[in-house]
Structures are given as C-alpha cells and as structure tokens.
Write a protein that binds this ligand. Structure first.
Ligand code: ADP
Ligand code: MG
Length: 672
C-alpha cells in the first residue's frame, strides 16, 4: 500500500516530509487557554461519563482535567472507547483544540489525543510533524513508522561535498532530514514559535537543503544533455556565396541580430541548440526562414514542426511565399494529407536531397525519413514535449535545432525550462503596429458591444469571438461556441458569422480560415484553436467570453491575433459579474493593464504556480516536491554554478548518482 503511494523503500519514507507541524512543545496552563487554538495540557482526568448525543445515536465522553492551575472540561465525540483508556491513568498529556461550549462562555478541550505522562513513546513536549497521508496510514501511526525509519539516516551518505554545503549555508542531508522529522525544541518560547513558523512556511535550512538537492539534480540532467550535444559533429551550413533571401519587408534590428546569431551557429562544427524567444507577432517565422535558407543552400534538409494543422498550414503558406521561385518549394506533411500526396512527400524526403518540409506531429512518425536533416525548427515549443522534439532531431545525425516560443517564459524559470538551450530574444515588434487596447465589459452591457462589433466589421475589420468550450457541458460554468452561435448571428444581422473549432475536419477548417482572411467571413466564433496560426492583418477586435477560464499567458497569446495590421484594435473581456471572484478580477486587471508578455507570465507564475507555466511540465519541473519556484530561485542559480564547478573537477556524475539514490520524481529531464 505504501508503494502505491510512492513509498517503496526506507529512503522514500525518510523523504516523505511533513506537511505541517503541531506545537506541543510546552504545557499551557488552563488559565491561558484561548479559543480556537490547540494546546497541550497536563493533569489527571476525573468524572468520566459516557453519554449519547441528542438525536444522533453516537456516543460522547465527558470528563474533567485537573491541573495545578485549575480544572477544564474535556469532551470526545464519537470515541466512547476512550473512556476505558482513561480509566487507570494517573496523569496524562492531552493535546486538542479549545472551543467554547455551545452557547456558553465555558472553554472546553475537544477531541484531544491522550498520552500517559510516563509512556515510553512521547509526542508531548515536542514539535510534532503531521505527514501527508499514505493510503490508510496517517497521524500517529505514520509518525511511528517514520520514527522507525529514522535510524537508517545513519547510513545515508551525503552526495553533496561538504565545502559546497558550507558555502551555501546548507546543512548535511542527515541533519536536514532529522530536523524535518524530529525538530529540536528550543528552550526559549519565542524561538520555539519562530521555529514552528519557519517549519510550517518551509523556510528552514533543512527545507532549503532538500530544495537544493532537487534543483541540483535537475541542473545536472540539463548539463548532461548539453555535454552530449557538444561531442557531436553538426552539418556545416555556412552557405558561402549564397544570395540573400528576398524579403517583402526590412528586418527589424532585433530580427537581424538574432538571424546573425543563428548564422554563426549554423556555420560552426557543433549542432546549434537555440531557443528563439519573441513575443507574439515579433516576427520569428521569417528568422526561421532565413536559417532554413542557409541550410538548404548547404545541401541539407529542413523540418519545420508546428503544434497544430492550422499553424502548419499557415507556415506552409508563408514559406511558400518566401521560397516561391527557388528550387525549394516547401512541402506540407500533416495527418489529414491524402494517401497519394503523403506518399509523394515521403518519397521526396526519403530521397535525401535538400528540401523544406513543414508539418505537425506527423513529422515524427516512423515512416518519415530525413536522411540529410540539417535543421529542425520547432515552433511554439511549449506545446510539445521534450520527447517529441527529440524524436524529430533523431531523424538526422546531429542536426541543428531552433525552437521558437511566443509564450514567454518568466525569466526566473527559463533556466529550468530551457536550460539546455542558448537563448536569442527578439525584443522589438515590426514597425507600424498599434498597441491593442483591452477592456473588461459585463455581459449585461453586451448590447453596445455587439453594435460596436457590427460597425467595425462593416468598416472592414474582422472579429474574433473566443469561447473556452465547443459545447456547453454539465457542471462547467463557461460559455461555449455552439451554444452562442445562433444568438450571435441574430445580434449581428447582415454579417457572415462562422464557427471554428477543433472538432471540424481539416478541409472545413481551412476553408473557414481562408474565407475569414479574404473577408467573406467577418466574425469568427472560435475556441483557442486560433491561439496560434491565424495571422490576419485586418483582425481588429477580439471578444473573449469567460476569460477567467484562461491563464494569463494564454490570454496574451490570444490577444496577439489582433493588432497585426494598421487598424486600431480592441480586446474585450466579457465577464459575468456574479461569477467573477476576487482573484479572477485581479488577474484580469493585470491582463488589462499590460501587454508585456513577460510580466504576464511572471504574474501567472505567482498566481498559479509553476505547473501552469508553459514549458515547465515537460522538464518535470512541476513535479518538484521540495523546491518552490520562484521562491527558491537563488538555489536554482546556485545549483547551476555548482554543476559547472563539479563538472570541471570531474565530480558531477558521482554527485548526481548519489542524489538519484534518494530523490524521486525529479529525474524527468534525465530521460532526454
Ligand atoms: P510570431 O513571432 O508571432 O511567429 P510572425 O512570424 O507570425 O510572428 O510575424 C507576424 C507578422 O509580422 C507576419 O504577418 C509577418 O509577415 C510580419 N512581419 C514579420 N517581420 C516583419 C518586419 N520586419 N516588418 C514588417 N512585418 C513583419
Ligand atoms: Mg509564430
């Protein structure tokens, strides 16, 4: 049963750290009991009576505890057996919560645990750990089990060298675990309170030690990937003498700088592994196209992977525009390709000549062979797992890798999420963009909104209306596309209103997007399928229904679909006043007040924790059990430095395997 709950050996049990602590460190005189607080009392029990609770049939035990300072009533509900246990005890410790007796001023102790004063196993006069339950085991029974495991600490060798710990002010692993399971009780009452608070807040050096070990293991795994990559020889793609790829616009300074960084990597001997980060609409695609151009000119193949068919098709269109008239007409490979077209594309790829293929996950299927793969581009990296990225890379010998993300990852977390990649940032938008203005409107005032939408559409704008769901579902309070479509059509007479969502087949979806681009459809009622891959400069209004259903980064991504052309653009968050909680209101206010994707991602991190932040899950960073980000950021930084210094002394592998010996759940990255 313990194994089912992740505890398969004594070491696992020692790493099962308390969730909170009970301060039973000092006896509280009955004269200073306070309602609502738990207290340790010492005295003798008398006048034990067993009764029935009115109307409930369950037993209740009443008694009195006599202490040197006075007497206090005690009551146990539903535990009549306790009367028998109390019988022969001369003196006991009780630990329980103080409550007012129904409708009176009398304080009584409710459901206290009982411990004879002369018992061998003592929880009284300690700071007592409370563990997360393991199946049927919890409370005192689990404490006792962990207690039995504690002597095994003596056999746990510390994998982290002492000088490293000393420099960081961290305790040894034995000491850290002992403190967490059996904190020493300080003499001074103030120090006792401070210790309990620090333990509960997970701020003790012992907590930091476990957090550090986890982050060290993670940083070590990431470093391992870098090192393995550096030992491989990449296809050299200097593209000497190649003409410039003609572009329909001037690159921004940021695009030029990043394109140069990539060009340098491509002409080197080691495979590039670079993350290209740039806010929505900053123009990453063309930078990838320039990289592809060099690789094609050097005689190698390029695979460009996007997370959705919609986006793959969009890229295929864009690249076909750029590469039209070159020998490298881009190919498209998605799941919805017809059999003969698919055969044709696979044949071209397998023949090994230089070519550019854009596709979805379909690219990583076994049937796809890319013998001369020189460059892998992964767009919207956060939508893919590390494993998928790797499957594509492994189709070549040691291709260059360019991963692109528009979902900004907080600076604080980039180290974890993309620690194995070099970073390039496009921090500038193409000229002529107008900032999108964002407003929050309540549904009861939506009438005015729809007349604004109608006017905007008649003047040549295009409108997105985004819903969290395709169809309404029982028990989920969120608006849905299909439920609202008839109503929207009625409110927007004379306009072409169409739905777009993931349950439509690929052809239908493509036709809808095309019509929206061309203006035949003016209002697109969609789910988040439009989050990536719809690049329509006329789109100037986005109405988002039930916006509290989306994370801030996702809202940001959605909002990035508008404001791509010269029209002034509006993002309208349509909220239901009653359903909107205070937290959601604050979140939406953050979103309204800034268009800085990084700030929004940081705010997401603070509000929702790292598990929600794009890009982290694949690294197992949301599976961190002891480390907390961003709180433990300093330790993350330290762990990277320690990894570097251990690696330079050849000690890294030993330390990592030592850590692996007792850490669980942090090894995800190691599988890369
Ligand atoms: P993202 O970084 O979000 O992937 P895209 O690559 O889709 O952005 O570019 C967004 C839009 O900006 C596209 O329509 C693209 O043609 C246009 N664009 C990109 N770079 C420039 C530039 N330097 N000048 C003008 N328009 C540009
Ligand atoms: Mg893009």
């Amino acid at each position: 049963m313990l194994a089912d709950h992740g505890v398969a050996c004594v070491g696992d049990l020692l790493l099962h750290t308390p969730r909170r602590y009970e301060d039973r460190s000092a006896v509280v005189p009955v004269t200073s009991l306070r309602e609502g607080e738990a207290a340790l009392l010492r005295g003798t029990v008398r006048r034990v009576r067993v009764g029935r609770r009115r109307g409930r049939g369950r037993g209740v035990v009443h008694a009195e505890l006599v202490t040197p300072e006075g007497t206090v009533p005690v009551v146990w509900f539903n535990q009549t057996w306790i009367a028998g246990r109390l019988a022969g005890e001369p003196e006991v410790f009780l630990f329980g919560t103080v409550r007012r007796r129904g409708g009176t001023e009398v304080l009584q102790v409710v459901n206290p645990s009982v411990e004879p004063v002369d018992a061998g196993e003592v929880e009284a006069l300690r700071i007592v750990p409370v563990y997360p339950r393991l199946g049927a085991w919890g409370g005192r029974r689990l404490r006792r089990l962990v207690g039995h495991a504690l002597p095994a600490l003596g056999r746990l060798d510390d994998p982290v060298p002492a000088p490293v710990l000393a420099r960081l002010g961290l305790p040894g692993i034995r000491e850290a675990l002992r403190t967490l399971h059996r904190p020493e009780v300080p003499e001074d009452p103030g120090a006792r309170r401070a210790l309990v608070e620090a333990l509960e807040g997970r701020r003790t050096p012992a907590h930091r030690r476990l957090a550090f070990d986890e982050l060290l293991a993670l940083a070590g795994a990431v470093e391992g990937i870098r090192t393995r990559r550096r030992t491989r020889r990449a296809p050299r793609c200097a593209a000497e003498g190649a003409p410039e790829l003609p572009l329909p616009f001037e690159l921004t300074a940021a695009q030029r700088r990043v394109a140069d960084e990539i060009a340098r990597d491509l002409s080197g001997e080691r495979p590039m592994a670079r993350l290209l980060q740039g806010d929505v609409g900053s123009g990453k695609t063309v930078v990838a196209a320039l990289a592809a151009w060099r690789v094609l000119h050097s005689g190698f193949q390029v695979a460009f992977m996007a997370p959705t068919e919609l986006l793959a098709e969009q890229h295929h269109r864009t690249l076909s525009g750029l590469f039209g008239g070159t020998p490298w007409e881009p190919l498209l490979l998605t799941g919805s390709l017809g059999a003969s077209e698919r055969r044709r594309v696979l044949g071209r790829l397998g023949s090994g000549g230089p070519c550019l293929v854009v596709g979805t996950h379909a690219l990583i299927q076994e049937a796809v062979s890319l013998p001369e793969l020189g460059l892998v581009v992964v767009d919207e990296q956060h939508r893919f797992g590390v494993a998928q990225r790797r499957s594509l890379v492994e189709k070549g010998r040691a291709p260059h890798l360019l991963v692109m993300t528009a979902t900004p990852i907080p600076r604080t977390l980039a180290l974890v999420a993309y620690g194995d990649l070099d970073l390039s940032v496009i921090d500038e938008l193409p000229p002529g963009r107008r900032p999108v203005r964002t407003v929050v409107r309540t549904r009861d005032r939506a009438g005015k909104l729809w007349s604004f939408v109608a006017r905007e559409a008649r003047e040549g704008g295009r409108i997105f209306v985004v819903y969290p769901l395709i169809e309404g579902s029982e028990g989920v309070e969120a608006e849905a596309v299909e439920d609202n479509l008839p109503e929207l059509r009625r409110r927007l007479p004379g306009l072409a209103v169409a739905a777009l969502h993931g349950r439509m087949d690929a052809g239908e979806r493509r036709a809808t997007v095309e019509a929206f681009r061309a203006g035949g459809i003016q209002v697109l009622v969609a789910t988040t399928v439009v989050e990536v891959g719809v690049d329509v400069p006329e789109a100037s209004v986005m109405v988002i229904e039930s916006p509290r259903r989306f994370g801030l980064s996702q809202l940001h991504q959605l909002r990035g679909r508008i404001g791509r052309g010269p029209r002034p653009s509006w993002c309208v968050l349509l909220v239901d006043e009653e359903r909107l909680g205070e937290a959601a209101r604050r979140r939406l206010e953050v979103f309204r007040s800034t268009t800085d994707g990084f700030r929004l991602a940081e705010a997401d991190l603070e509000i929702r924790g790292p598990g929600e932040v794009a890009g982290l899950r694949q690294w197992g960073a949301d599976g961190l059990r002891h480390a907390r980000l961003p709180a433990d950021l300093d330790l993350l930084q330290a762990s990277r430095e320690v990894v570097a210094s251990l690696a330079s002394r050849g000690e890294l592998d030993a330390v990592l395997s030592g850590l692996g010996g007792y850490l669980r759940g942090t090894g995800e990255a190691g599988r890369d």
